[in-house]
Design a protein around this ligand. Structure first.
Ligand code: ATP
Ligand code: MG
Length: 399
């Protein structure tokens, strides 16, 4: 017996794209070099992907648009068959694929839930007994007998999520749907994901959100044009994806914390980061020591719509602090050319360990990220206290 919930072995998936052939003179002219008339072309959405996901693990799938994330998830869910290779899963697998996938538009909410339940092997009585919970959680009480074609996209997403959670699968596959719906429902979903994690279930989640990967996932994989680039801890995966997108000149989704617009992105960049310790002879901290982060930048034009953001993470990728200059009411009047900004931490109440600093430059409404360094710098804290753990909390004990 292995401890793996999912084993993907050398999986490739080919789609055959058939071309009807250009019809107009202009189309024929334009498409001449692309594909000859009427010929089929192969598209390899996955190429030799192998990975193992352990039981109880929360695993993220990252990659640019069209990199094969959904295809891989569908292969694991068995809604698609790999062209070559094998996939083994253990226990009951429930999948939340595209919005509305698995729902029949003409059927009512109630009928769809029963259908989904029977596919997963629940009998009618079992399914019936869970209906109130399913619709309650989805905030859809009263809509049980409405055909789902009349549901809004938010209602679809809520019902899909609720069904998947209430079927109590051993493994849950989620394709980006956590980003649908309003914020309060997203929080509720995240709460359920946490419960699943505590209960030791396995979760595979496709996401474009760096925060999601960092806060929720134990490990993540990066796909690039159907090929697996790396599998590793969330910060490393996020970094790999950013580098890949940068290299290819692809747009970096805003949620990845980097530029939506590369031209604007280059308006101001980091050129250097130095850490200033109290005692330069001692380049580490003791709990409670101050620390200055001296950030050098280069702005290619005068600009005032800029803020600097900083995060501190522990070695497990947990975000310990997040702050930006706007939150502290310290926006610059204007920056132009080279300069420095000093971020001063009056006291760092952390215990022993190594910590990394992420830095970002973005505009005030955070719609444009000019530059972002996931691991701009790191520092070490030597524990000089009798306390154990992560945070220095003053404590005394009285009998
Ligand atoms: N049913 C299909 N028929 C033909 N090509 C397909 C099919 N499904 C996916 N593809 C192609 O396979 C490639 C991978 O698609 P996939 O949907 O897996 O990407 P993705 O990483 O999920 O992208 P996104 O971030 O946009 O959701 C793309 O080039 C896509 O056009
Ligand atoms: Mg997709």
């Amino acid at each position: 017996m292995t401890s793996n919930a999912i084993e993907v072995v050398d999986v490739s998936k080919r789609f055959v794209l058939s071309h009807a052939g250009p019809s107009s003179l202009k189309e024929r002219f334009v498409s001449r070099s692309a594909s000859p008339r009427g010929e089929d072309t192969d598209l390899w959405a996955l190429k030799g992907v192998s990975l193992e996901i352990e039981r109880g693990e929360t695993f993220g799938l990252l990659g640019h648009n069209g990199s094969g994330k959904s295809t891989l998830l569908k292969c694991i869910a068995r809604t698609l068959r790999p062209t070559t290779g094998t996939i083994r899963t253990v226990g009951r697998v429930a999948a939340l694929l595209e919005l509305g996938a698995g729902f029949h538009p003409e059927l009512t909410g109630r009928e769809n839930v029963s259908l989904n339940a029977s596919i997963l092997g629940l009998d009618e009585a079992e399914a019936e007994s869970r209906l109130p919970d399913v619709f309650g959680f989805a905030e859809l009480a009263g809509f049980e007998d409405t055909p789902v074609k009349h549901y809004s996209s938010g209602m679809f997403a809520r019902l899909g999520f609720s069904v998947a959670m209430h079927l109590e699968p051993d493994t849950l596959l989620v394709d980006e749907v956590l980003s649908v719906g309003d914020e309060s429902f997203q929080r509720k979903c995240l709460g359920e994901v946490r419960r699943f994690q505590r209960e030791g279930r396995t979760i595979v989640v496709v996401t474009h959100s760096a925060d999601m990967v960092r806060h929720v996932c134990d490990r993540a994989a990066v796909l690039d044009h159907g090929e697996l680039q790396m599998v590793g801890p969330p910060p490393a995966a996020i970094r790999t994806l950013r580098e890949l997108l940068n290299k290819r000149g692809l747009e970096i989704p805003r949620e990845m914390g980097s530029a939506a617009n590369l031209e604007q992105a280059q308006a101001i960049v980091f050129t250097d980061v130095q850490l200033r310790y109290n005692d330069p002879q001692r380049p580490w901290l003791n709990p409670g020591d101050p620390l200055e982060i001296v950030v050098s930048y280069d702005a290619s034009q005068p600009m005032d719509d800029v803020a600097v953001a900083m995060e501190i993470h522990d070695s497990g990728g947990n975000r310990l602090l997040g702050v930006n200059s706007d939150l502290l009411d310290s926006a610059p009047n204007s920056v132009d050319g080279t300069g420095t900004v000093v971020i001063r931490l009056e006291s760092v109440p952390l215990l022993g360990g190594s910590y990394s600093i992420a830095l970002g430059l973005h505009n005030h409404d955070v719609s444009v990220s000019y530059d972002h360094r996931e691991e701009a710098a790191s520092f070490r804290v030597e524990n000089s206290t009798p306390l154990d753990g992560r945070v220095q909390i003053p404590v005394s004990i009285r009998w």
